[in-house]
Design a protein around this ligand. Structure first.
Ligand code: 0A1
Ligand code: ZN
Length: 879
């Protein structure tokens, strides 16, 4: 049994003394008093002795305990806030327990365990929510077969759902009814789910590759059925893709998704009964953006893919979270890459990784992909576990090659089906299938921090050799000063002065396969022979490893790559590096009181890309989207002044806009797809490019008045919210901006998911007055501190997505956030802790803001009644 707030350590892992074979649950549902009867059949493991059984519990009211069907004497058990200890158990190998508890779903504000969302009963059990329903061995290595009987008033809850297959349903007296569900697949408690209420359903069918029929059902609030069509389509495509690409078939006769409006995260992969934040199910052109459609597709796929990577093979303990999450993110990334555009997807992945994971890995919250300790597991659903975890799987595929990678994964599915496995088990499958020693590679799982490759190159014209020196290092992270050497797969290319790619033969000094250099030592010197003229190096092609590259490369070399690289991702990377360099210099100039000018090299490179009709529009849009303020701050690293960065970025953008006016006008006039809205990737790319170009034009010629008609005539949410964002951010407080905001509010006031966009756009206005605006919006009927989506849209966007508006030099926005976190923590600690991580890079601010940020964090730390979630984040951030 683990106690809240107590440190849990990987090395302390021990299997349980008891196994649970079957679980028979009965729920008698009422909002304030739900009775849960939990009948479990246990088996004592040999060697367990007469150890007591300690079951986890959290916020439960104990009612009754029977051991082998006889009421237990109170001397045989004790109840505490964190569990139930049962002593003097029968000495037989098998015995049963029947535990009755009482819970109050309507009072459950943490949204963990059984709670109510808009009148619907629903559950969230990962990671440790099942213990808020009944006493249990609530850990992922306890796998059991569940049968669930649900009883509820027919009127209030005509729909009764749980995992597996429906076995029976029927009426009861006094207007109640019941349903019995049976899940034949052994599962850990975190995958348990129950949903009861009055919902509409959208149905479809799927036939698996081996010919088994599967009923597909998506449950949404009445009247929202049409908005589930895209999710259903994405589900069917995900199911087919997993069969074709990974040979994985679905294994129950029904697959259900339920959309709820109060949810702490994105979605949850409960066996056969996924529960989703409705934001990731509901879409139609009038209310959802292209990004919403892409997110829905990716998250539907992600949760579905968990059926094999997570459910059939689960985690031995929560330290192994990346076993299911890293691998499943890798799988959903591959799905999106196959379904949409691979290079565009890769660029988006890397942008996200650098924006979220890199700062995490270089700040006080850094931890290994597989952590060794935690205070609160809810705080480890991080970019490191998910996104870096996926990058580690991708590197494994790069190192082994596609076929060998597939044979290792096939072995993993075969060998560990039905297991609660570890990262070691996973890696051993690849070692056994391919004969490769992965011990050095495994350091990626155990060591925190973003590795740095420091690279130098020398060309010797007379000897026709290119010498490349590569040194690897990893900066220290909390609790880890000394770092081990890693195996870093570095893709690399060489380009001649005419832009042709030089084949990398004739090389000495390193293991090289294809275009991948295997960096395993601290220092490597690689010599390329027979090189005719000084080549341009392209490093870390396709972002083959999640590392920082330090290499002095001239702007003209970067421009050369931006023009000639055949790896499309790297072409974008070169442009982005060029822009980053310029923006860092511009920030320095701003701080020194100099005027900022953008170089011709960057302007030419950007404008020739934006006008290159051979490139897909989505890529052209990515190319002209300058690194964000947070990206620039991350690259600068210390003494950050967000206002200087904002001013520098604006000045560079103005310059680009002035020079590119004709190009941007031509895009705006020609690029939008004709006909009815379709969310496909190509049309989405055209709209993205249109909006990027329009944004630049507001810096050249286009006045705010010209945007209002575009906003008003938009026939889809992508253009409508995109134009609203440009108008409001570029011309804060202008009559046009306020008019558009008011019109948008009026039109969508009864659609909270759309109003979230309206809240987020306002929360990210780069203006000192935004704090006051956020406070005002908190007082309107559109905001509710009880709903995680509203909190994230308004407070979360302000803290995490508004560098100038949030980092006010007087510290008032930090004080505001501290106050909100302290209040929210009492209701929903998980969401409070997550929103607070927006301040994870506070130590890299300039001294005045840094002191204010520390003071605000100290105010949180001084509270005596903090949740373990917020206490853990605050302590680590201040530590
Ligand atoms: N396993 C889910 C993420 C998730 C984790 C915790 C939750 O509790 C509130 C909810 C969802 C996934 O990876 O999608
Ligand atoms: Zn997941």
């Amino acid at each position: 049994m683990s106690r809240p707030g107590q440190e849990v350590r990987l090395e302390d892992y021990k299997p349980t003394d008891f196994e649970i074979e079957t679980v028979d649950l009965t729920f008698r549902l009422t909002p304030s008093r739900t009775i849960v009867t939990n009948r479990i059949a246990l088996r004592r493991r040999s060697g367990g002795g007469n150890a007591p059984l300690i079951l986890d519990g959290d916020d439960l009211t104990f009612v009754d305990l029977k051991i082998d069907d006889r009421t237990a004497d109170s001397s045989r058990f004790s109840v505490s806030p964190s569990g139930l200890e049962i002593r003097d158990l029968p000495e037989t190998e098998f015995f049963t327990l029947e535990i009755v508890t009482e819970i109050a779903p309507a009072d459950n504000t943490k949204l963990m365990g059984l709670y109510r969302s808009n009148g619907i009963y629903c559950t969230q059990c990962e990671a440790e929510g099942f213990r808020r329903i009944t006493y249990f061995l609530d850990r992922p290595d306890v796998l059991a077969i569940y049968t669930t009987r649900i009883e509820a008033p027919i009127k209030e809850a005509p729909l009764l759902l749980s995992n597996g297959n429906l076995k029976e349903r029927g009426p009861l007296s006094e207007g109640w009814h019941y349903a019995i569900w049976h899940d034949p697949h052994p599962k850990p408690s975190y995958l348990f789910a129950l949903v009861a209420g009055d919902l509409a359903v959208v149905r479809d069918d799927f036939t698996t590759a081996s010919g088994k029929p599967v009923k597909l059902e998506i449950y949404v609030e009445h009247g929202k059925e049409a908005r589930a069509a895209y999710a259903m389509d994405a589900l069917k495509r995900s199911m087919r893709w997993d069969e074709e690409r990974f040979g994985r078939e679905y294994d129950l006769s029904v697959f259900m998704i339920v959309a709820v409006s109060d949810f702490n995260m994105g979605a949850m992969e409960n066996k056969g009964l996924n529960v989703f934040n409705d934001k990731y199910v509901l879409a139609d052109p009038e209310t959802a953006t292209d990004t919403d459609y892409a997110n829905i597709e990716a998250i539907i796929a992600h949760e579905y893919f968990h059926n094999w990577t997570g459910n059939r093979i689960t985690c031995r303990d929560w330290f192994q979270l990346c076993l299911k999450e890293g691998l499943t993110v890798y799988r959903d990334h591959e799905f999106s890459a196959d379904t949409r555009s691979r290079p565009v997807k890769r660029i988006a992945e890397v942008r996200l990784l650098k924006a979220h994971q890199f700062p995490e890995d270089s700040g006080p919250l850094a931890h290994p992909v597989r952590p060794k300790r935690y205070q609160e597991i809810n705080n480890f659903y991080t970019a490191t576990v998910y996104e870096k975890g996926s990058e580690v799987v991708r590197m494994l595929a790069t190192i082994l090659g596609a076929e060998a990678f597939k044979s290792g994964l096939d072995l993993y599915f075969e060998r560990h089906d039905g297991d609660a496995a570890t990262i070691e088990d996973f890696l051993t499958c690849f070692e056994d299938a391919t004969g490769t020693d992965l011990s050095q590679f495994s350091v990626w799982y155990h060591q925190a921090g973003t590795p740095v490759l420091t690279i130098g190159s020398r060309f010797d014209a007379s000897g026709r050799t290119l010498t490349v020196d590569i040194e690897q290092s990893v900066p220290p992270t909390p609790g880890e000063d000394r770092k081990k050497l890693m195996h870093i797969p570095l893709r690399m290319g060489l380009f001649d002065p005419d832009g042709g790619e030089i084949r990398m033969r004739d090389v000495s000094g390193i293991d090289i396969s294809g275009d991948v250099l295997h960096i395993t030592d601290r220092n490597h010197t690689v010599v390329f022979q027979n090189v005719q003229a000084r080549p341009t190096l392209s490093l870390n092609r396709s972002f083959s490893a999640p590392v920082n590259i330090r290499y002095e490369q001239s702007s003209s070399d970067l421009a050369h790559l931006a023009r000639y690289e055949t790896d499309t991702y790297s072409r974008w990377q070169a442009l982005n590096d060029l822009a980053t360099r310029e923006l860092i210099a511009a920030t320095g100039a701003t701080l020194g009181g100099e005027t900022v000018q953008c170089s011709n090299a960057l302007i030419d490179a950007l404008l020739s890309t934006v006008s290159d009709a051979r490139l897909e529009p989505a890529l052209r849009s990515q190319a002209i989207t300058l690194p964000g303020e947070a990206d620039i701050a991350r690259e600068i690293g210390t003494d950050i002044d967000p206002d200087a960065i904002f001013a520098a970025r604006s000045a560079v953008s103005d310059d680009i806009a002035r020079h590119g006016r004709d190009a941007f006008e031509s895009v705006v006039e020609n690029i939008l797809p004709g006909g009815r809205y379709s969310p496909d990737a190509e049309s989405a790319g055209q709209r993205a490019l249109y909006l990027s170009a329009l944004n630049y034009l507001t810096r050249a010629a286009l006045p705010p008045d010209a945007l209002l008609p575009i906003f008003r005539s938009a026939d889809n949410m992508t253009i409508m919210s995109g134009v609203l964002g440009i108008l409001v951010h570029r011309f804060p407080g202008s009559a046009g901006a306020e008019t558009a905001l008011a019109e948008f509010e009026l039109r969508f006031r009864d659609n909270p998911l759309v109003i979230d966009k309206w809240l987020a756009i306002q929360a990210t206005i780069p203006d000192p007055g935004t704090l006051e605006r956020v406070m005002r919006l908190m007082g309107t009927r559109h905001f509710s501190i009880e709903n995680p989506n509203r909190v994230r849209a308004l407070i979360g966007s302000f803290a995490a997505g508004n560098p100038t508006g949030f980092n006010l030099p007087d510290g008032t926005a930090y004080e505001f956030l501290a106050e909100q976190i302290i209040g929210l923590d009492k209701r929903n600690p998980q969401v409070a802790a997550r929103v607070l991580t927006a301040m994870r890079s506070w130590k890299s601010l300039e001294p005045i803001r840094r002191d204010k940020a520390r003071a605000a964090l100290a105010v949180i730390a001084q509270q005596s009644d903090l949740s373990p979630d917020v206490r853990d984040i605050t302590d680590r951030m201040l530590g």
